[in-house]
Design a protein around this ligand. Structure first.
Ligand code: DAT
Ligand code: MG
Length: 189
């Protein structure tokens, strides 16, 4: 069995990218090789309504308390071009123009978070798209009422997570680091 690819190219890849290389090169699912294989990265946006309402800290705190690890963060305005790329999948839907107006209306806090099965875990912490249907205890339930003001964005799967992380952040903005508490949160550490 060949060993894990090394080098600068490797270190620039996120865990999903690494998993894909492993799968392609070795013909086996990466989870059979590395305990870290379920370590996922996901894009989170604290959207303009949540920023304006002073909920950045609350939302970051919930992700931190969940045990997720911050990989990157930037407070920024969203221009039309970025908004269009981010929401390209919704182009043509009736709510698309309003969605672009909303996301570009005021700054957002863009972040990447990682952890075991982080994509699903973050979606769960955020709650269903429609706040009225979101589970009690989720961000969208606890702070929201309407789908057009649902406070956050979180990637919805491995492919979109990879695309969105790369859309919002350069590789050198993604911080690889360890916390001393990791082994108390991540079973595989
Ligand atoms: P999510 O943000 O939970 O991934 P989505 O990708 O289906 O949801 O839609 C993106 C955003 O578009 C969503 O957060 C809010 C808005 N949106 C979705 N469906 C909508 C609708 N029916 N009316 C108004 N806004 C909607
Ligand atoms: Mg979505």
């Amino acid at each position: 069995m060949r060993s894990k690819p090394t080098g600068a190219e490797w270190s620039r890849l996120d865990p999903i990218g690494r998993g894909r290389i492993i799968e392609a090169e070795l013909g086996v699912r990466p989870e059979f090789l590395f305990a870290e294989a379920n370590l996922e990265r996901t894009l989170v946006l604290v959207k303009p309504d949540a920023v304006q309402r002073g909920l950045m800290g609350e939302i970051v705190a919930r992700l931190e308390r969940r045990g997720l690890r911050l990989v990157a963060a930037r407070f920024q305005r969203v221009d039309r071009a970025l908004a269009e790329r981010h929401y390209a999948v919704h182009k043509g839907k009736p709510f698309y123009p309003g969605l672009l107006d909303y996301i570009t209306s005021s700054p957002v806090l863009a972040m990447v978070w990682e952890g075991p099965n982080a994509i699903g875990a973050v979606r769960q912490t955020m709650g269903s798209t429609r706040p009225a249907e979101a589970a009690p205890g989720s961000v969208r339930h606890d702070f929201g009422l309407e789908v057009g003001r649902n406070l956050t964005h979180a990637s919805d799967g491995p492919d979109t997570a990879l695309e969105e992380v790369n859309l919002w952040f350069r590789p050198d903005e993604l911080v690889d680091w360890e916390r001393s508490v990791d082994r108390w949160v991540f079973e595989s550490k």
